[in-house]
Design a protein around this ligand. Structure first.
Ligand code: ATP
Length: 367
């Protein structure tokens, strides 16, 4: 049977990273074998690479050049979480190689899907919550986080720079409109909202103008603008009205945590940082050092990030099996939680890594 192989760079990182990575890789393998059909099969090979606070302690560098070289060769990158508040650079800042990777690989689009997982308790009681299914796209390499534009500080004042460039914004908006078009083909409304603060800041007025320029090339999609403060309110009182949102780096950082809370918490929120040539798939949460090593972490965000990775590989390499494998994982997660009996530890239950992974595995095996 013809077999296609994709090479995945795996960065388990620190904290709960290792305990959620290994069982996720097993689930990805199982999903690929279940998706094989019509004489075609798909295999993943995993290359485990070093980066993070533990690597910094051992080798004096958090993101070794060899790791960057290897991830550049990979078909996709799966990253768990990195950092440890107890391990810092001499200037006192935390170790965040996952952010450095975004800059070095040009990963301009941070995709943060927000979706109701049936059976997971959520903070909003409205029955329309079951319809929530939108993607927040966070520009990820400039805005208020632009590198090489360190803020200034004196005795009397401090400043920061918020950088918006035409080059990155055009790539971002093209990506977002293609995403909305692709979602529209699966029955979503084809609606893109630009989230900014164009009424106050010149940089955001520019961002909005560039959004409108790209929008004019997609007449089949509907668009609207929203101010970020209003959007924080709308995400709580009518999140079911949104399809694709796009915003600047800092606003996206804040709104994506709100999105994760809507899904039930950080343990449920997957993400992808996508560029023209590379993509990193990673749960939204950090290393959770307070619970590391106890097996009580919720692996769902990591599993769903793996599903996003397979779907991205499927689209990029025109691999129907990879797409199907990713969709099988998402469907298995939904079926595992749907009866409402699987309650993860951060929501007061007793389901940690083993229980969640076993429940998803059972669904994959039977699906
Ligand atoms: P970072 O700044 O690296 O994103 P953070 O400081 O915001 O990290 P996290 O490491 O995400 O914080 O942890 C925040 C809280 O959420 C902690 O109490 C942690 O135990 C909990 N938490 C994070 N991820 C998970 C998970 N997968 N399962 C259960 N609890 C989690």
């Amino acid at each position: 049977m013809p077999d296609t192989t994709f090479n995945i760079a795996v960065l388990a990182g620190d904290g709960i990273g290792h305990e959620i990575t290994s069982p996720t890789l097993d689930l990805l393998n199982l999903a690929c074998s279940k998706a094989a059909r019509d004489g075609d099969s798909l295999s993943l090979t995993y290359q485990h690479l070093e980066a993070g606070a533990g690597t910094y302690q051992k080798a004096g560098i958090a993101l070794p050049d060899e790791t960057v070289e290897q991830v550049r060769q990979a078909d996709a990158i799966l990253l768990a979480c990195m950092g440890d508040p107890a391990v810092r650079y001499p200037d006192g800042t935390e170790i965040v190689p996952q952010i450095e990777l975004r800059f070095r690989l040009g990963l301009f689009a941070g995709m943060r899907p927000v979706r109701a997982i049936p059976g997971v308790p959520v903070p909003l009681a409205d029955p329309r919550f079951a319809e929530v299914d939108f993607v927040l796209v966070r520009e990820s390499i400039e805005g208020l986080f632009a590198p090489d534009r360190a803020g200034t500080r004196s005795e009397s004042e401090a400043t920061e720079t918020l950088l918006i460039t035409r080059e990155v914004s055009e790539k971002l908006f093209n990506h977002v409109f293609m995403l909305a078009t692709q979602r529209q083909s699966t029955g979503r409304p084809g609606h893109v909202t630009c989230v900014d603060k164009a009424n106050v800041f010149a940089a955001f007025a520019f961002f909005r103008d560039l959004f409108d320029e790209t929008a004019s090339r997609y007449p089949d999609l509907q668009t609207e603008h929203a101010y970020v403060d209003a959007m924080a309110m709308h995400m709580v009182n009518r999140p079911w009205d949104y399809d694709v949102l796009v915003t600047e780096n800092m606003f996206g950082d804040i709104l994506s945590d709100l999105g994760a809370a809507l899904m039930g918490g950080m343990g449920y929120a997957p993400s992808a940082d996508v560029g023209e040539n590379h993509a990193v798939f990673q749960p939204c949460h950090g290393t959770a050092p307070d619970i590391a090593g106890q097996g009580i972490a919720n692996p769902t965000a990591m599993i769903l990030s793996g599903a996003m990775m397979l779907e991205w590989i499927g689209e990029r390499h025109n691999s129907a099996i990879a797409t199907a494998a990713g969709q099988r994982i998402t469907a298995a997660v939904d079926r595992a939680f749907a009866p409402g009996e699987l309650r993860t530890c951060e929501l007061g239950g007793d389901a940690g890594v083993d229980k969640v992974v076993s429940a998803v595995r059972r669904q994959l095996e039977s699906g």
